[in-house]
Ligand binder design. Structure first.
Ligand code: NDP
Length: 425
């Protein structure tokens, strides 16, 4: 069990998943005058919010490195704006474009998967892990290995290899700070009591754009409709996952690993206003929640300044204007992706690695218009069954095994695509 993993301790925070004795021995952390930071996934939605905060607090942060997949022009713009020392694109073919966009700036340019991991090990106190997808696991792990403080947006690290990731973080003394708004809310609410007094945690879900749609309507949903999230502005993959509720399933798995919770200690509540982000229930019946506007700059600011606080520029929450807060149980029939994620979490081993890989393939195919919306859970379910038949769901001994399962699950999913496309149309 990753009991000693999320190393959020010091005089300011009750440790998450740490034993009391280790917490008692932890020394107060003196926040650094200037924090050096690296942003992996700087050109994305989380990257943009992080850059916005850094530009508002230039005196507190120095940027070591920034990275992107292939958007060299945007990356160069960001690198110049924040005064980064180093910029990396994962895609080799974007290198020349990056180099010329940075010419005369003195900022080093690099490209490729290895360069991405090298950027993660450059000397930065704090690393934002905001690459989308399982491809973020290697560079994030590189930052963990050198004992950095990692602000974790990339939930796939925990879904693909959660036990290994958290065990390694604990072994090397790395600090993992949860960026996902629900997990950040729980992280904050956990400071109100002792870990052993926690009865359960609740993740809230907006319910996405199809919350009130019938099953027949959902079956005909287009990518454009699924990309129209009612409350949050996010990258395309996580937005589609929010529409299917797969995102909430991935977040259950994320919470399971981050906070060392058993599957039956984590619940989901649909909360359409997206104001209450997460709750912790203690044994005396107290429910502690974190509330805020649906703006990712709030949890990112919390992680950026932790254990202090900085202004986030997010709109202040006016509860009188919000007026009512609603909660309902998720519907696992209309949204089977959440049920699949729960089953994979309960199964353990590599089941969640397969779930994630199949979902990444399925979402890309849905966005390309090659499978219908309900083809997403159908493909995930079929891939899990095929992987089980091949004995692929056993425990993962190491990261290489996780990458191998991820790779095999993607090819299984691609092989199943024609059949699923027909069955779910
Ligand atoms: P985006 O799609 O907006 O951004 C993804 C980032 O990853 C971009 O910088 C992109 O670069 C980069 N990237 C894409 N492919 C690769 C690759 N092969 N190698 C290296 N870098 C790559 O995603 P989000 O910002 O929305 O999400 C990032 C992570 O944070 C996800 O894991 C998501 O689940 C999580 N998250 C996001 C939230 C949100 O509000 N957006 C909320 C909570 C969690 P390029 O621009 O060049 O493609």
């Amino acid at each position: 069990m990753p009991r000693h993993a999320a190393c959020c301790y010091g005089e300011y925070m009750t440790p998450v998943g740490l034993s009391t004795s280790r917490a008692a021995r932890a020394q107060p952390v003196a926040p650094p005058q200037e924090r050096s930071i690296t942003i992996l996934g700087a050109t994305g939605s989380i990257g943009a919010s992080t850059v916005d905060l850094i530009r508002r607090h230039r005196d507190r942060y120095r940027v070591e490195a920034v990275s992107a997949g292939r958007n060299a022009v945007k990356l160069a713009e960001i690198a110049r704006a924040v005064g980064a020392r180093h910029a990396v694109v994962a895609d080799h073919t974007a290198y020349q474009e990056l180099k010329s966009a940075l010419s005369g700036s003195g900022i080093e340019a690099a490209a490729g998967e290895t360069a991405l991991s090298e950027a993660a090990v450059r000397p930065a106190d704090w690393v934002m892990a905001a690459i989308a997808g399982a491809v973020g696991l290697k560079p994030t792990m590189a930052a963990i290995e050198r004992g950095a403080t990692v602000a974790l947006a990339n939930k796939e690290c925990l879904v693909c290899a959660g036990s290994l990731f958290m065990r390694r973080a604990a072994a090397v003394g790395a600090t993992v700070l949860p960026v996902d708004s629900e997990h950040n809310a729980i992280f904050q609410a956990l400071t109100a009591g002792r870990r052993e007094d926690v009865a359960r945690v609740i993740l809230t879900a907006s319910g996405g754009p199809f919350r009130t749609w019938t099953a027949e309507q959902i079956a005909k949903a287009t990518p454009e409709q699924a990309l129209r999230h009612p409350n949050w502005s996010m990258g395309p993959k996580v937005t589609i996952d929010s529409a299917s509720l797969m995102n909430k399933g991935l977040e259950l798995i994320e919470a399971h690993h981050l906070f060392a919770l058993k599957p039956d200690e984590i619940d989901v509540l649909v909360h359409p206003q997206s104001v209450v982000h997460g709750l912790v229930e203690y044994r005396d019946g107290s429910l502690l929640a974190q509330l805020g506007s649906p703006d990712m700059r709030i949890p990112i600011a919390h992680c950026l300044a932790w254990p202090e606080r900085i202004d986030s520029a997010a709109a202040r929450l006016d509860l009188a204007k919000v007026s009512k807060l609603e909660f309902e149980e998720p519907d696992l029939v209309r949204f089977p992706a959440l049920a699949l994620a729960k089953q994979a979490m309960a199964r353990g081993g590599a089941a969640t690695t397969v779930l994630n890989a199949a979902d990444e393939v399925a979402v890309a195919e849905f966005l390309a218009g090659r499978i219908p919306f309900m083809g997403i859970p159908a493909l995930v379910e079929a891939t899990l069954a095929a992987a089980d038949k091949r004995g692929l769901l056993a425990d993962l001994p190491d990261l290489d095994a996780a990458f191998a399962v991820d790779h095999t699950a993607r090819s299984l999913a691609r092989d199943l695509l024609p059949e699923i496309a027909v069955k779910s149309s």
